[in-house]
Ligand binder design. Structure first.
Ligand code: RB5
Length: 149
């Protein structure tokens, strides 16, 4: 199950992402927003972050105007690794190397076609282990206040 959330600035991208998920029979839970009326992006970041860390959703997708504010808010929730992606290489590498669990994109930065492409890559790229596991564990240690240099 994929958790989806956006503000008004990312609404156009989220419509395109939902069409892609529908066409490919990929299940999702939509946490809104549901129009281009102005809303506060942290509300949707929090809902998706909780769905991914505690609600049984494997991955999340968040969109705002830039992808930045909504990623900052999501990354405040323990266990979230939210990444702003602006190109295909980033979409792949943030799964392979950073084990990102939330993809963030900006409706005022990329096109709907790019958002669909990045979503497809993000959802179909596996996490690589070994040295990457170790580094992601270090991120978690920073988050937990147990990191030692
Ligand atoms: C809303 O105008 C805009 O600030 C928001 O969508 C996002 O870009 C914040 O980072």
């Amino acid at each position: 199950m994929i958790a989806l959330g956006c503000d008004h600035g990312g609404y156009n991208l989220m419509v395109a992402v939902k069409n892609y998920l529908d066409k490919n029979n990929i299940a999702y839970t939509d946490f809104g927003t549901d129009s281009e009326e102005s809303v506060d992006y942290p509300v949707y970041a929090y809902k998706v972050a909780k769905a991914v860390t505690e609600g049984g959703c494997e991955l999340g997708i968040l969109c705002c105007g830039t992808g930045i504010g909504i990623s900052m808010a999501a990354n405040k929730v323990k266990g979230v690794r939210a990444a702003v992606v602006n190109n295909e290489f980033g979409a792949e590498m943030t799964r392979r190397h950073n084990h990102a669990n939330i993809l963030c994109m900006g409706g005022r930065v990329i096109t709907e076609e790019q958002a669909v492409k990045f979503t497809d890559i993000f959802l179909h790229t596996p996490e690589e282990g070994d040295r990457h596991d170790k580094r992601v564990d270090m991120i978690t240690a920073i988050e937990n206040g147990t990191f030692e240099e």
